[in-house]
Design a protein around this ligand. Structure first.
Ligand code: UD1
Length: 419
């Protein structure tokens, strides 16, 4: 199996372009299913979740090709409505293809996404919303069958929790449904606005994407579009955490500082100097990071759950004890046992973690348990004395384009060993 090997204790310095957002490109690729003309999508990160999405599109009969960071999709012909079990297993978030396939072909079959590395990840809100829009849904033998023989119709939907995926699935299903759909208590993450912008540029009529009430006036057909994916705010947080944990200084270009206000305030509290311009961030770490009194994850615009493992990893070498509370996912602390192998002092109780900063971490062998937990190990390895070897890096490759190359460029001693 492939591994990442790090010789730690090198300060990171330099400049980096931040990749396009994983959580934008995945729903946008799903949305191309609704478009009956060619779509050209720029700033697509080269990550395995994008590869899986392209495999799903190809399986459905869609013509798509990737060249550099541009993906061209021609969905004028679609000849299937099922996502195979193996592709669903590769990327559980492929559930967001459901609304798009159903909208385009009036039927869709996916295998049940089941539990995953962050704990149980139910899709009840996705399914109940699609039912409200007229879909008939049955679940058997691990598959979810959706039918809308007369097409989907607009509905007024109140989400009991502002789920990102459910909001996206409803927007996708509603874009070409008959009539008006209103989503109350919608998710407000920037990736929702990006999806709405993409669909609108293809002819959809979506208003309020990125606010808590979204209005979608269904249109009969969507055409083509040329779209640029927004920068990945979690990848930006990752490189900032790596620079901070090593006491370095980096400038990130192609970022949207306005998308990461809550994350920046944590870095400031940890005593990092942060300078922002409209599309760049410069972080200068202090000699010794300070503890952060309390970080609590919540829906946008509050501190995002996905950035949790990164800042927690950085705080392992801060002065004093920091408190971290995870409020979105039930089982997001599996990577903490791996951090402890490097000498991190962390106590967990339920969804609380107490991070007692230590003078030094020491390199060790460890395994990525999930995407962001894996990136947290990279961050810890960079700040540790000696050699850290990280296995199961397929989790990291799901969301980071060339993390090894980028960190080397910033001065890290890091290698990719192909297994
Ligand atoms: C998306 C992101 C993920 C991020 C998460 C929260 C993508 C591809 N993934 O995941 O990186 O961590 O948002 O910002 O964009 N829930 C239900 N029922 C549902 C749906 C969700 O109970 O039908 C619960 C989940 O179990 C979880 C919470 O709602 O506890 C948040 O989930 P959600 O916002 O849906 O996250 P995802 O869309 O899966």
């Amino acid at each position: 199996m492939s591994e990442i090997v790090i010789e730690g204790k090198r300060k990171l310095f330099g400049e980096l372009e931040v990749q396009g957002a994983k959580n934008s490109v995945l729903p946008v690729l799903a949305a191309t299913i609704l478009c009956e003309r060619e779509c050209v999508i720029h700033n697509c990160p080269k990550i395995s979740d994008v590869d899986t999405s392209l495999k799903i599109l190809k399986d459905l009969g869609v013509d798509c090709k990737a060249e550099g960071n541009t993906v061209t999709v021609d969905s004028s012909v679609i000849n299937d409505y099922k996502i195979s079990e193996s592709l669903m297993r590769e990327m559980r978030s492929s559930v967001m293809f459901l609304g798009a396939i159903l909208g385009r072909t009036k039927k869709a079959v996916i295998s049940s996404p089941g539990g995953c590395e962050l704990g149980p990840r139910p899709i009840d809100l996705h399914l109940s919303s699609l039912k409200k829009m007229g879909a008939v849904i049955t679940e058997e033998h691990g598959f979810i069958n959706c039918l809308a023989p007369n097409g989907l119709k607009g509905a007024e939907i109140y989400l009991s929790f502002p789920s990102v995926g459910a909001t996206e699935n409803i927007i996708l299903a509603a874009a070409t449904a008959k009539g008006l759909t209103i989503i109350h208590n919608a998710a407000k993450e920037p990736e929702i606005s990006d999806l709405a912008d993409f669909l609108n540029s293809a002819g959809a009529r979506i208003y309020g994407g990125g606010s808590d009430t979204v209005y979608i006036h269904g249109v009969e057909h969507l055409g083509g579009s040329e779209h640029i994916i927004i920068p990945d705010r979690i990848v930006a947080a990752t490189y900032m955490a790596c620079a901070a944990a090593t006491g370095g200084k980096i400038k990130l270009n192609s970022v949207m500082p306005s998308h990461i206000v809550a994350i920046l305030s944590v870095f400031k509290e940890a005593d990092c100097d942060i300078k922002v311009s409209s599309k760049s961030i410069t972080l200068t770490a202090s000699h010794k990071l300070k503890r952060v009194e309390k970080i609590s994850t919540a829906v946008y615009p509050a501190f995002p759950t996905d950035a949790g493992p990164l800042v927690l990893s950085m705080l392992c070498v801060a002065n004093g004890t920091s408190v971290f509370k995870e409020n979105i996912f039930e089982n997001r602390f599996r990577y903490i046992d791996e951090l402890k192998r490097l000498g991190a002092k962390i106590k967990t109780e339920g969804n609380l973690a107490l991070i007692e900063g230590v003078d030094k971490l020491t390199g060790a062998g460890c395994k990525a348990t999930d995407l962001r937990g894996g990136a947290a190990l990279v961050c810890a390895g960079l700040s540790a004395y000696g050699k850290t070897t990280i296995g199961e890096i397929q989790h990291i490759e799901r969301g980071y384009e060339d993390i090894v190359g980028n960190l080397s460029h910033l001065g890290a001693d890091i290698k990719y060993i192909k297994g």
